[in-house]
Design a protein around this ligand. Structure first.
Ligand code: GAR
Length: 210
């Protein structure tokens, strides 16, 4: 099975989706550890409940972004994961870090990239009058939310949509497309070549996947 380390900062519902699918036998991954930059993250409890090793590494205890990323890298590499999964990990990563995990680190971002990089994506999409919003899984590169897209899923924005209601819709899509992307990686079907995400050697993202 494919060894992974999952990085979180919060609730960890995407982590839970990965745990659930691997317990159901749909996903052949071995989650070696879950690491949070916030000790209070509920996702750490989800990991403990699933008998997964947990670590809290508080970024505020470090002098610089570089020092934090270096410590994080050392911790992750103790587990020798084939894949690093960012699942609601709310820290900007240094170039050294992203280069180290190039082609073996995925992120999920709550927008239809390249639209709405960064924070508060749901509110920004509503404010801009979008009729559609969604979520993207992508390989991580040094530029924020700019790596090659693996999978996207979209939801309609209704006329009475709020950021909360939209976040709920998007979350339920996240819990489908992230485990599927990880599954592709675990099977050796998903690769990054010359900065481009490929599935079975063919360019991603696919469109019209249901
Ligand atoms: C998810 O919506 C994910 O897309 C987002 O954080 C949430 C984490 O939820 N990630 C980002 O905004 C990354 N910039 P979870 O903790 O319940 O999985």
């Amino acid at each position: 099975s494919c060894s992974v380390v999952v990085l979180i900062s919060g609730s960890g519902s995407n982590l839970q989706a990965l745990i659930d699918q691997s317990l159901q036998g749909d996903l052949d991954i071995d989650i070696k550890a879950v690491i949070s930059n916030k000790a209070s993250a509920y996702g750490l409890e989800r990991a403990s409940n699933a008998d997964i090793a947990t670590h809290a590494l508080d970024h505020k205890q470090f002098e610089s972004r570089e020092a934090f990323d270096q410590a994080l890298m050392t911790l992750i590499d103790q587990y020798q994961p084939k894949l690093v999964i960012l699942a609601g990990f709310m820290r900007i990563l240094t170039e050294n870090f992203t280069r180290h995990y190039e082609g073996r680190m995925l992120n999920i971002h709550p927008s239809l990239l390249p639209k709405y990089k960064g924070l508060n994506t749901h509110q920004r999409a509503i404010d801009a009058g979008e009729t559609e919003h969604g979520v993207s899984v992508h390989f991580v590169t040094s530029e924020l939310d700019a790596g090659s897209v693996v999978l996207q899923a979209s939801a309609e924005i209704s006329s009475d949509e709020t950021a909360d209601s939209l976040a709920k819709k998007v979350h339920s899509l996240e819990h489908i497309i992230y485990p599927l992307s990880v599954k592709w990686f675990s099977l050796g079907r998903l690769t990054l070549q010359e900065g481009k995400a490929l599935l079975d050697g063919k360019p991603l993202p696919l469109s019209g996947v249901r």
